[in-house]
Write a protein that binds this ligand. Sequence first.
Ligand SMILES: NC(=O)c1ccc[n+]([C@@H]2O[C@H](COP(=O)([O-])OP(=O)(O)OC[C@H]3O[C@@H](n4cnc5c(N)ncnc54)[C@H](O)[C@@H]3O)[C@@H](O)[C@H]2O)c1
Length: 438
Amino acid sequence: MRVSVFGLGYVGCVSAACLASLGHEVIGVDVNQVKVDLVNDGKAPVVEERIGELIADVVRAGALRATRDVHEAIMGSDVSLICVGTPSEPNGSLCTTYLERVTEEIGAAVAERGGRQTVVFRSTMLPGTCLNLLVPILEKFAGGTAGVDFGVAVNPEFLREGTSVRDFFDPPKTVIGELDPASGDVVAALYDGLPGEVFRVPVPTAEAIKYADNAFHGLKIGFANELGAVCRALGVDSHQVMDVFLADRKLNISPAYLRPGFAFGGSCLPKDLRSLVHAARRHDVSVPILAHVLPSNADHLQRAVELVERTGKRRVGMFGLSFKPGTDDLRESPLVELAERLFGKGYDLRIYDPNVNLSRLLGANREYIETRLPHLAQLLADSVDEVLDHAEVCLVGTGDPAVLSALPHGDGPVIVDLIHLPDADARRAEPGYVGLAW
Ligand SMILES: NC(=O)c1ccc[n+]([C@@H]2O[C@H](COP(=O)([O-])OP(=O)(O)OC[C@H]3O[C@@H](n4cnc5c(N)ncnc54)[C@H](O)[C@@H]3O)[C@@H](O)[C@H]2O)c1
């Protein structure tokens, strides 16, 4: 394929050289004449493992050359990868100036070119940037419709500086955010033959994945370092702790606990986080990540309260009360906390939880409910229907089959989904459905 790569920094020059070595005909473009000259001399404009030899090889073979001329690059290519920088502004916001500038230039050149050019954004940008900011610029300058007259895709890169050439040929995954299938096909063809799973997703999803990855990587490092600092203060070998921690592939290094849902609770997580943070404080160890886990959880619970408030309705039904489905344990249940807040704000509440109901009938946990939560005990309903008959808004905090099968679609009460219901994707299109974090 004939490929132009805009921006010959870390991402662009590695992408350009590696694509050339896969057999594509590549033109690199940069505003910086020094970088252009370096590439044309067969030298790398960045320091990276293996990039020097690779650029020398592909330039010698005639598979890669560089220019400052956008017009020449667009005329000589069918697909353009945008790899310009998107640095932080002083206030932390994303600077899109370079992206906007290069998109204008590419659009103007595409307007003069026959045939369909596919413009692929590889720079990291917040969800919405491509469709709301860059596509309108392209359409204005190229004078056509994106997805029809020219292709558009977002293809974030997941290479690590230092090992990016190696990562290019053995990527953790390939993500293609496609405006239309033809645009996605072009990007897929670029990487044909490389290992790793290919995910073809809507454009904003591709943009968001990069942020999910990097936020998680930062969080992992911060978590490990804070835990290490606490262990050190407590005289514990943190590496031994993490060796065992990492060996747990069921609950720790696994998909467990990584889907957006409701707040956590129960008799262990809140208590143990509190005492760990307290121990750190006692030893003057600062642990801002660990210290903010419970506040983050409380904010998440507050989001559910706000969703109910926003409906403007007063008669509220709640499905689920125990701290997680399949148990009748109410200690530190976030659903109990949610019910108490709504009760305190004067909402007319009815609650149904099959496990709590059974427990009440059997006498188990009865005392806890009647002595510790007398105000809630009187709100417990005996059936799903009793709650549905009462409610203008339903909070669904349990995946109990009897609840799921009874939940109405469309015209009934507003459904506030706290757990990402099994049919959440279909319900999202329905009026009166609100997801907590999806
Ligand atoms: N560095 C990484 O490891 C990495 C990894 C993943 C994603 N990213 C993302 O990729 C993007 C590029 O990062 P980078 O580290 O390669 O940036 P960089 O600053 O090293 O390179 C950007 C290049 O773009 C050039 N440029 C700016 N405006 C231009 C224009 N109008 N036309 C042509 N060239 C232009 C600059 O001269 C520079 O050489 C960023 O969005 C970054 O967040 C970087």
